[in-house]
Ligand binder design. Structure first.
Ligand code: C2E
Ligand code: CA
Ligand code: CA
Ligand code: CA
Length: 265
């Protein structure tokens, strides 16, 4: 019995070692991703709910490796824990502004990590990128999640970004520790309702009616503060119609288009 337990432990240790080695290999590869030109922005359309007219895109990061395409949830955590998110975030911003400059798209939202917000020179760098490119700042929107709200400088950064004329979105609203403070007292332009709500709504879904009422509540609350809402993860015509009915101003999801690389059709 003792022997078996020991064998189990050794196997466990081997697995752990393998995992650690894999992490180190991945980190080394991620280090080189920028210089090897392996990062790409994919673009997913956002439509106006009533007209279904396209109004802009969200830029979503992809890592194109020889072995396949890696999604952000599989490398952003590593990028954050290693600090690589800073150069990666700068690459994303530069790339998005370049795409705006090329005229390929009219408006782009980019995702910003809490760690980027923490950088003392975050706004200075943003200002520099904007000046360099000469684009109209309001064509760019920064999506900030609730984890950014825990950053001590969050409010200050929002005010500074606002004064540059760049738009901001509260991303993943309702998912995690929702801070109403951000919605009610800080300069943001739009509230993005998390996909977890969109997923649940609909007549056929258990709890679907209640989920819709929650969304109706979020929309009303946001509207009371003068903020329009975007519903994420819209996959079915029924979801789109219900969300439109409860007053969501914008919709985003596979129903209207998946994230795609340039050139966009
Ligand atoms: P997010 O900001 O909530 O982005 C929306 C995610 O939902 C995207 O996943 C998108 O592809 C996916 N999605 C959109 N519509 C639908 C739908 O109808 N159904 C379903 N099932 N999924 C849908 P993605 O591209 O894998 O990105 C995941 C997360 O990674 C993003 O969540 C964002 O938090 C983060 N991320 C992506 N790009 C960047 C980036 O450039 N910088 C940083 N810091 N984070 C990023
Ligand atoms: Ca987002
Ligand atoms: Ca989101
Ligand atoms: Ca989300």
């Amino acid at each position: 019995r003792v022997k078996r337990a020991g064998g189990g432990h050794a196997a466990f240790q081997r697995q752990e070692d393998q995992r650690a080695t894999q992490q180190v290999e991945r980190l080394t590869a991620l280090h080189r991703a920028i210089e090897r030109d392996e990062l790409r922005l994919y673009f997913q359309p956002v439509v106006q709910a009533e007209s279904r007219a396209m109004v802009g895109y969200e830029a979503l990061l992809r890592w194109i490796r020889p072995s396949g395409i890696v999604n952000p949830l599989d490398f952003i955590p590593l990028a954050e824990s290693s600090g690589l998110i800073i150069p990666i975030g700068r690459w994303v911003l530069k790339e998005a502004v370049g795409v705006l400059n090329s005229g390929a798209v009219q408006e782009v939202c980019v995702n910003v990590s809490a760690l980027e917000i923490r950088q003392p020179d975050f706004v200075e760098h943003l200002r520099w990128v904007l000046e360099e490119s000469g684009i109209e700042p309001r064509r760019l929107c920064l999506e900030l999640t609730e984890s950014s709200m825990l950053e001590p400088r969050f409010a200050a950064v929002l005010h500074e970004v606002h004064s540059l004329g760049v738009h901001t979105a509260l991303d993943d609203f309702g998912n995690g520790y929702s801070s109403l403070t951000a919605m009610t007292s800080l300069p943001v332009h739009v509230v993005k309702i998390d996909r977890s709500f969109t997923m649940d709504i609909g007549e056929g879904t258990p709890g679907g009616v209640r989920a819709l009422e929650v969304v109706r509540g979020i929309v009303a609350m946001a509207n009371a503060y003068g903020l329009p809402t975007v519903a994420e993860g819209v996959e079915t015509p029924e979801q789109a119609d219900l969300l439109t009915q409860v007053g969501c101003a914008y919709l985003q999801g596979y129903l209207f288009g998946r994230p795609e690389p340039l050139p966009l059709r």
